[in-house]
Design a binder for this molecule. Structure first.
Ligand SMILES: Cc1ncc(COP(=O)(O)O)c(C=O)c1O
Length: 422
């Protein structure tokens, strides 16, 4: 199946006289015929469901759909994108380990990596997404267990050279984790370029309607966890009566470990209702991504032509620094355009407050056009130095183009820019 068809059909195939739509299995638990049957499922957790803290049929149908769209072997949904990023690292690193991340990532992920994981004894070493091979190699330490980056960074809109990062990570015997939130599998499938694990905030384009927060981790099934660097995957897990994830689960060792060990203990699993709504978003993802790209390039071109705008970042623009990489990795520039307005923060705020159709909100990738000033919101906690490293200028406005008629969006921009005098 192609993507448009997968969006509609993957993950759930009704049998004779079963419901057309995946039902909401609103149940915390599952019933067994005997105590022996319950015991058997603990021995072999892929045989049946145990408890909705880590597995539920409605959620699992969505997991299967996203795994299929990404070209992965298996997936695990989480209650937020943050939980997906957190668990993707905790499934590999423990206290005393380190991992490498590009600096151009979502501000909340910078917080998680710089502060919260540090408190757990896991160190994040940051490198620029445009760093040379030598610079990236130099960042590796003997305890480095993974490399992390965003396909299309929020809000810097840098495009990651996924093949380059995958090659370097693999040469050091560690996996590459890619946050593919802004691109979605419709515009980029990082696994095809060598990524081992893909994470998403499904709260963004996948849901698309600003209905519910969620995340997902996808396992490519390709990484050799038995290469000697990851004993937690090969040695018996004493918290799971001696299971060895690689020996017992082969290609899906990573996701089974994340589900049966981490999700069991952290419990950040989405509710069936949330997965049902996420599935509605996924059904139109391919169609929506096409239109987001069409609208966003027109908005980017409009900004580029305006004398009130200092610079525009949009990887679909021919003059954009990342145009070439976008041609290689993306099937479209996605829906977010970052601009720097002449006159700095003051005019950025004036422009945003002058918009009538676009709403000012802490969200992005919605069906409706929305704007955010990253320096005073999502990236507020960062120092000036960190802001620059994350690609966030104080005058930057993140313009998330929606699916309204493009002329209405442009007219709104026009009337608000007209209120700014230089
Ligand atoms: C690229 C990216 N990754 C992860 C997250 C975190 O996702 P969530 O808000 O669903 O926890 C976000 C949120 O904005 C994001 O933009």
């Amino acid at each position: 199946m192609r993507d448009e068809t997968k969006c509609l059909h993957s993950g759930y195939t009704p049998k004779n006289a079963e419901p057309r739509v995946m039902p909401i299995y609103q149940s915390t638990t599952y019933v067994f015929d005997s105590t022996q049957d319950v015991g058997d499922v603990f021995d072999e957790p892929t045989k049946a469901l145990i408890y909705s803290r880590f597995a539920n049929p409605t959620v699992m149908a969505v997991e299967a759909k996203i795994a299929d769209l990404e070209g992965g072997a298996a997936a695990l949904c989480t209650s937020s994108g943050q939980a997906a990023s957190l668990l993707s690292i905790l499934n590999i690193c423990k206290a005393g380990d380190s991992f490498i991340s590009t600096t151009q990532i979502y501000g909340g992920t910078i917080n998680l990596f710089s502060f919260t994981l540090k408190k757990l004894g896991i160190k994040c070493i940051f490198v620029d997404c445009d760093a040379s091979e030598e610079e990236i190699n130099n960042a590796f330490q003997p305890n480095t267990k993974a490399v992390f980056g965003e396909t299309l960074a929020n809000p810097a809109l840098t495009v990651l050279d996924i093949e380059k990062f995958a090659k370097i990570a693999h040469a050091h015997g560690v996996p590459l984790i890619i946050d593919n939130t802004f691109a979605t599998p419709i515009l980029c499938k990082p696994i095809e370029f060598g990524a081992d694990i893909v994470v998403h905030s499904t709260s963004k384009y996948m849901d698309g309607h600003a209905l519910q927060v969620g995340g997902v981790i996808v396992d490519s099934g390709n990484f050799p966890w038995d290469n000697g660097n990851f004993p937690d995957f090969t040695e018996p897990d004493e918290s799971y009566h001696g299971i060895s994830y690689v020996k017992n689960y082969g290609k899906i060792a990573y996701i089974i470990k994340a589900r049966m060990q981490l999700m069991r203990d952290y419990g950040a699993y989405p509710a069936a209702n949330s997965a049902f709504l996420l599935n509605l978003g996924l059904e139109t993802l391919a169609l929506r991504m096409e239109r987001y790209c069409q609208n966003a390039i027109k908005v980017a071109e409009y900004f580029e032509a305006s004398d009130k705008i200092e610079s525009v970042s949009y990887p679909g623009l021919k003059n954009d620094k990342y145009y070439e990489l976008a041609q290689k990795y993306l099937k479209g520039g996605s829906g977010v355009v970052s601009i720097i307005i002449k006159g700095g923060k003051e005019n950025a705020v004036k422009f945003m407050d002058g918009l009538k159709l676009a709403s000012n909100e802490v969200h992005v990738a919605d069906i409706r056009t929305c704007v955010l000033h990253p320096a005073s919101a999502t990236h507020r906690q960062l120092t000036d130095e960190q802001l620059i490293a994350a690609g966030v200028n104080p005058g930057m406005v993140r313009f998330s183009v929606g699916l309204e008629n493009i002329e209405d969006i442009i007219e709104d921009i026009e009337q608000s820019l007209a209120q700014i005098s230089l």
